[in-house]
Design a protein around this ligand. Structure first.
Ligand code: IVH
Length: 669
């Protein structure tokens, strides 16, 4: 390769790698496999070695990919957080061993650890307490995620053992166990949220959530692999890890002391097959020189230590041909492009289809019909295309045209600014959307109508017996019994299970309606703030976004839903059928001091939490409402009441009461 050509290739590789870094570390949505990423990085590294005149300080070969985002405060790492050199070959490992042998004057040992596939974390402990937790960031400084990390049960917040250094840093990997991942994704798919691509992305994404309460509910785990301090207790990595374990840190039992490279290779081979039985994903093995003195002698490159290396396992891949792309319409109208492949056997089953996510993904892969593509099954449920072999592109290849109209109903598709997906706006008549909404409505976490399944919904839909979920409650056994596969008994069962769904509480009915962006949790929150659907229908943008966890996106989706007269008619029919559209207070009120009063709570309080005040209102026979209207009796106001609420109260002449007066009024002072 000549100079100008090399320069052009180097620039292109740099740009591409930067983009993949952003996809992986910031968006947590990688579009190529680790293996392919490493190939690109290797190619760049080789070219830079051949043409050192083109090496720049900011080359991805010299710095680690950054995970930092604007939402968190950043702090410097006391000890830089480096990356690891990696390899997929035994030969490289033997070379690594030879290099170390040359430097070492005495026999030496290795420590082998599993390479956990999650998000790395660096936690500083001061005077026995968890002081600060930082993500890797750019290696020099990282995002402060202390509050989130403190919610992870496996991470001690206080060390009770005596004689630990006054200040030390523990490094490890935050992981999401596969079982937890499967559960969360099942819920996400059900709630029409994009599923996480794999447990690593789910762990990294969770760590960067802004609400520690949600982090706490996500079942994260942490494995530790590195102790750093100015004054370490021992002279070897292994002993330091054992020490950390005795302080209460979760150092995995898999850690192994190896006398030579043969033992290292045996360890690697052992875990290559055993890893499938682990509760979490690993992507390889990390091999570290045990002696800290020898580590120091070996030193560092710009990016990684010379005393450690990662051996990575290749994810199983298969090469096959992309035959065509179909487009699927989901329950909320989302369009997903799906690749139809020449069937290929991969990791235990035949793969015929793979998801392509959206238009961007197709462009990023540079994918054409008839291309030879690599498919991979990671921790994911659906196989995905991770790369294209452009050298195998043949004449029959042609660009993939993203559809402009819905394949089911012909309506022109819409793509909102800032969103990755196209969607079909024909909410009321597009068949998969109609069916999808009914399927969602009857599902376990919604109305739980277990006598009906997808197939029966299909059948009833195709026979024109149902068009929306309100139709379900008007079905009669006589209409169902004559249908194929049903008969009198199933017909009776279906009607029975539809009837028994009438007792499903308000918050689940709200979830069942299938309002865009209103999942299970949001439905619960809404139902506790707007205690009946009539209140919710009246809510404006301000009162909706005044509720914690509800942003403008959810709020406008709720308002759009109720602005649609067809939805209002459906809800009226559901009401007439007897569904629950208001929160039933479990206990009746204990006093009638607030009888007939509708009270809005606003601001921050000294004596009780807002939830406690809500309970007090109910206990004394009052009603708590989220929005101020002409029927509001008064506002229970704490500090920092929102200015717009204040203005509205003044406009409507609604009285404002402070917490002391309120407590006196109800006799709780
Ligand atoms: S040691 C200077 N040990 O792999 C050595 N890293 O590319 C620092 N990782 O971001 C790393 N398991 O998050 C080490 N047993 C292990 C590991 C491990 C996973 C991650 C780590 C780092 C990346 C290195």
């Amino acid at each position: 390769m000549k100079q100008p050509e090399a320069k052009a290739r180097i620039d292109k590789l740099k740009k591409e790698i930067e983009e993949h870094n952003h996809n992986y570390y910031v968006l947590n949505k990688p579009v190529i496999s680790d293996f392919e990423y490493d190939l690109l990085l290797n190619e760049l590294d080789t070219l830079e070695k051949k043409f050192p005149e083109f090496v720049t300080e900011d080359s991805p070969t010299r710095k680690v990919g950054s995970d930092m985002t604007r939402e968190f405060r950043q702090y410097e790492h006391r000890y830089p957080m480096l990356s690891l050199g990696n390899t997929y070959s035994e030969e490289d490992l033997r070379e690594f061993d030879t290099r170390i042998e040359k430097v070492s004057t005495a026999p030496f040992e290795y420590v082998c650890e599993l390479k956990f596939d999650g998000a790395s974390i660096s936690i500083t402990f001061r005077n026995g307490g968890l002081f600060r937790a930082l993500t890797r960031g750019d290696g020099t400084k990282g995002d402060d995620v202390t509050l989130n990390v403190k919610t992870i049960k496996k991470i001690p917040v206080r060390i009770t053992v005596e004689n630990v250094p006054d200040e030390f840093v523990m490094r490890g990997e935050i992981l999401m166990p596969r079982a937890v991942f499967d559960n969360i994704n099942e819920d996400r798919i059900h709630n029409d949220l994009a599923p996480f691509a794999n447990p690593r992305n789910a762990a990294a994404g969770t760590l960067k959530l802004l609400d520690p309460k949600i982090v706490a509910s996500r079942g994260l785990d942490c494995n530790f692999y590195f102790l750093l301090a100015d004054d370490l207790p021992h002279e070897t990595h292994y002993e330091n890890m054992m020490e950390a374990s005795s302080w209460g840190f979760n150092v995995p039992k898999s850690i192994r002391l190896c006398r030579d490279i043969e033992e290292v290779i045996a360890f690697i081979n052992h875990w290559e097959s055993e890893r499938k039985a682990l509760p979490f994903d690993i992507d390889g093995v990390v091999i570290k020189v045990n002696s800290l003195t020898l580590q120091e002698e070996l030193g560092y490159t710009a990016k990684s230590p010379r005393w450690a290396i990662a051996y990575k396992y290749k994810a199983e891949q298969a090469l096959t041909k992309l035959l065509s792309v179909s487009f699927q319409i989901g329950r909320t109208g989302n369009v997903t492009p799906v690749a139809n492949l020449e069937p290929v056997f991969l990791a235990g089953s035949t793969v015929k289809r793979a998801t392509l996510h959206n238009e961007n993904q197709i462009a990023l892969l540079g994918l054409h019909i008839n291309d030879m593509v690599y498919v991979e099954k990671g921790g994911e449920i659906i196989p995905k295309i991770v790369g294209v072999d452009h050298s195998l592109r043949n004449e029959g290849s042609r660009e993939i045209k993203f559809i402009t109209n819905c394949p089911e109903c012909g309506t022109p598709l819409i793509k909102n600014e800032g969103e990755a997906n196209h969607f079909c706006p024909n909410y009321l008549h597009c068949p998969p959307q109609l069916k999808g909404r009914i399927e969602h409505f009857i599902s376990r976490k919604a109305m739980n109508i277990d006598g009906l399944g997808e197939e029966t919904v299909d059948l009833l839909f195709n026979r024109n017996l149902i068009r929306n979920y309100a139709d379900l409650y008007e079905l009669e056994a006589e209409q169902l019994a004559p249908l194929e596969r049903l008969g009198e008994k199933s017909a009776a069962n279906i009607i029975k299970s539809i009837k028994s769904s009438l007792t499903v509480p308000y918050n689940r009915v709200l979830f069942a309606l299938g309002i865009r962006h209103v999942g299970e949790t949001v439905a619960k929150t809404i139902s506790s703030r707007f205690i009946s659907i009539d209140e919710l229908m009246k809510a404006d943008l301000e009162s909706l976004t005044g509720v914690n966890e509800i942003g403008p996106k959810i709020a406008s989706s709720i308002m759009a839903f109720f602005a649609d007269s067809d939805n209002i008619t459906i809800i009226q029919r559901l009401k007439d059928s007897g569904l629950r559209f208001s929160e039933e207070t479990e206990k009746g009120p204990e006093t009638d001091r607030l009888e007939g009063k509708t009270i809005v709570i606003s601001g921050v309080f000294q004596k009780h939490s807002r939830d406690e005040f809500k309970e007090l209102i109910e206990k004394h026979g009052g009603k708590n409402s989220a929005s101020i209207s002409g029927s509001t009796s008064f506002i229970l106001a704490g500090d920092n009441m929102g200015p717009s609420k204040k203005e509205k109260a003044e406009q409507l002449g609604v009285a404002i009461m402070n917490e002391n007066d309120f407590l006196e009024l109800i006799g709780e002072e």
